[in-house]
Design a binder for this molecule. Sequence first.
Ligand code: IMP
Ligand code: MG
Length: 429
Amino acid sequence: MPVQIIVGAQWGDEGKGKIVDHLSENVDIVARYQGGANAGHTVVLPPKNGKPEKEFVLHLIPSGIFHKHVTCVIGNGVVLDPVALMTEIQQLKDAGIKITGRLRISHNAHLIMPYHKLLDAAREKGVEKIGTTGRGIGPAYNDKYMRTGIRVVDLLNREVLCKKLKRNIETSNEILSKLYHSQELDVDSIINEYQEFDRKFDEFITDTSEYLNNALKKKKVILAEGAQGALLDVDHGTYPYVTSSNPTSGGACTGLGIPPTSINSIVGIVKAYSTRVGNGPFPTELKNEIGDNLRKIGGEYGATTGRPRRCGWLDAVSLRYSVRVNGIQKVAITKLDVLDEFKEIKICTGFKVGGKKLNHYPTDTQTLDTVEPVYQTFKGWQAKTSDIRKYNKLPKEARLYVEAIGKMIETKIWVVSVGARRDQTLMVK
Ligand code: IMP
Ligand code: MG
């Protein structure tokens, strides 16, 4: 049963791109199952032919694209922004990466339309701001569940596309002008632009569920790449401060059209500390010099929006919850090197409310906003780890920190990452 799922175990930005790229060496297919161009998966390619190393930020195309033998799939659960996709394809082609014959897009994926972005922006001007990425994600999933969405398959039929687009643009214009007093969209120009996408994407569009199930029959190895993280899951995250899809492992089956019985392994990606972009509860947030240092050393600025990320200590309570809802079997700890200079490092081991220990993970934002984190303090290693290539060569204090995380979340630590490059990946024996 060769499907491995990669999930973000926190609020996204755990370094999934790097780990997926690392694992892609030994897989046949990498498939994205949810989210859209709100994601920013960073992959750093090693120096080649005298050219320096190069950093890529992928928003839609799976992070396996840098391995020639890998086929990349954008599943039905993704909301696809054709404009973002075209830009990304062009950037990859410019860098000499072959896309033709290596990318398959589900005919059932829903399309992000210009009105989704305008609606997203307009809503975010209100008081109950989520702090979205502004990529139209929420409104696109809203249309999907309202059953008024436009799917990739609709690009293939001019008449259907025109009819649906006209209806949706007219409705959106009503909402935009009456409710938000914002600009309206021109029906004809959008229709023309989107018909053009059909010509450009035709070669990629297919029934990806059928493709993946056939690949399973042929014993191909598939990696399902999640975007965002478990605590941003619309069902299991810190609702309403979440994204509008299911980044948790369950989303991989519905988002790709593969059966639960095909899944054999679930890997959680955990950053060695916590970050969050956008609004919502964040119990271990550090609004002080330590938080600022984590941001500075870790380069914690959004890969999609450039926004500074909120930073704090690792939260083992949220992680235990994440391990449970995802069924995480092993963990990759990323960005351990960011903690190199700290004298003391803390992990949140419990929550208290009004001085009393909390025995469950609260998902209502009111409680989560008021919990007091209980911390265990670890001695920092205060040594450079980014040049170390063997786990047992890490300073003793660093290993103690990693092993403590494993114990707290009762999960095997499988990999420790000490930098963005491929070679900065240590296997834990
Ligand atoms: P949306 O997904 O753009 O609707 O944003 C909803 C929430 O999810 C906001 O708090 C965003 O900052 C957050 N979010 C969306 N995508 C990502 C991501 O890839 N990494 C981290 N946070 C994200
Ligand atoms: Mg990211």
